[in-house]
Design a protein around this ligand. Structure first.
Ligand code: SF4
Length: 403
């Protein structure tokens, strides 16, 4: 598909957060609530609120072309296809649509969702993002996931039959007791389904989650640093050998299937976030009293979110944050360094008045000397392979200055 240029500030991406999950995984720190069954009434009320919020928020993004719609969560595929069709129709009606729009739906492998896949396709979803994570039942169980390997296999087959234009699959690595051989088996099995896109995430133990408590008690056997690095290498080498391009730290795509929506975040392009806990950014579109852009976040409680929206009020948890120049520069550095193309020094200078070395001379010199960053003759920067593996260390150099 020939999508509109996601780089253009004249476009907008819409993120819709659906906070419901069959069960809450013990490592999850997203804005989610566990529901055994998503009733039609709860679903209708939530979708009504999303559409109302869209109407409230769209004037700030008026006249922009819709580049992408991302239905995430939570588990948005717990919603019925007709509910998702309402959201797709409303987003398309709210903005300019001049060509194909990437419409992504996150889904988990389950019988319920599998049966709904043709309906989701008819609702306008053209890219399915499946939370496979692993095919190994023991790994899935330790992760607290609701599905098992066979459901993942059946859902992948059903997704192909349903005819989505792109299939993206999430894999997790460095999970408790996973081990390199199991990860390699997961990659090989996934490759047999030839997804257009793969996102490989290292398990992070986030503060406040049950996994964090287990880790503090010494009850969580996650991979050590060396094993996690070996897993990273295994993912990269197997996927690159299968002709996937490693175009962002966690993301691999067959050429032409890079995620339009996700790239908006790395390129700092406007995203309108709707729903519980959703973030919105307009880094370059808002000038005036916020020359470096605005960031907004919604309330994380579903009840509070619904109460505000149903009263016709904003669901923002706090006033919009006007980014300081230091924060905006730091974000420009580490978000672009996440990508294969890296940081364009000329574009950085146009936005901030000086090239990267004008702000971070010592940091760049040190990181280049440590072979973590590569610098081209125009001052452009990219992570080296070593830098990719130690990206948190590299980014900390810029984040600290931005705080
Ligand atoms: S399914 Fe995903 S969003 Fe839901 S609780 Fe698990 S990790 Fe979080």
């Amino acid at each position: 598909m020939d999508y509109p240029d996601g780089v253009s500030a004249a476009t907008v991406g819409v993120y819709v957060h659906v906070p419901f999950c069959e069960r809450v995984c013990p490592y999850c720190d997203f804005a989610v609530v566990g529901v055994r069954t998503l009733t039609a009434e709860v679903e209708r009320r939530y979708v009504d609120a999303l559409l109302r919020e869209l109407e409230l928020r769209r004037p700030a993004f008026a006249g922009r072309e819709l580049a992408s719609l991302y239905l995430g969560g939570g588990t948005p595929s717990l919603c019925r296809p007709e509910s998702l069709a309402r959201i797709v129709r409303a987003a398309r009606a709210a903005f300019e649509v001049r060509g194909p729009v990437e419409v992504t739906l996150e889904a988990n492998p389950s019988t319920l969702e599998r049966e709904r896949l043709p309906g989701f396709r008819d609702a306008g979803v053209n890219r399915l993002s499946l939370g496979i994570q692993s095919f190994d039942d023991a790994t899935l169980k330790r992760l607290g996931r609701a599905h098992r390997g066979d459901e993942a296999r059946l859902t992948l087959q059903a997704a192909r039959t349903a005819g989505f234009e792109a299939l993206s699959c999430d894999l997790i690595f460095a999970a408790p007791d996973q081990g390199l051989p199991q990860l390699e088996a997961d990659i090989d099995e996934l490759l047999a389904f030839a997804p257009e896109h793969v996102s490989a995430y290292e398990l992070n133990v986030e503060p406040g989650t049950p996994f964090a408590t287990a880790a503090e008690r010494g009850q969580l056997a996650c991979a050590g640093e060396d094993e996690a690095l070996a897993m990273w290498d295994a993912i990269e080498s197997r996927l690159e050998a299968a002709a996937y391009v490693h175009y962002e730290l966690s993301a691999y795509a067959r050429p032409g299937f890079e995620a339009v929506h996700n790239q908006r975040y790395w390129r700092r392009q406007p995203v309108l976030g709707l729903g519980v806990g959703a973030f919105s950014t307009d880094p370059r579109g808002s000038r005036g009293d916020a020359p470096f852009g605005l960031r907004r976040s919604n309330l994380r409680s579903p009840d509070a979110y619904l109460a505000r929206i149903e009263a016709g009020e904003s669901a923002e948890s706090e006033p919009a944050e006007a980014l300081s120049p230091e924060t905006a520069r730091a974000e420009a550095m580490f978000l672009s360094l996440r990508t294969r193309s890296g940081l364009d020094a000329a574009a950085f200078e146009r936005e901030f008045g000086r090239p990267p070395r004008g702000f971070y001379p010592d940091e760049i010199t040190t990181l280049v000397a440590q072979a973590l960053l590569a610098e081209d003759s125009a001052g452009g920067l990219r992570l080296t392979r070593r830098g990719q593996r130690l990206s948190d260390t590299v980014f900390a150099n810029f984040v600290e200055l931005g705080d």
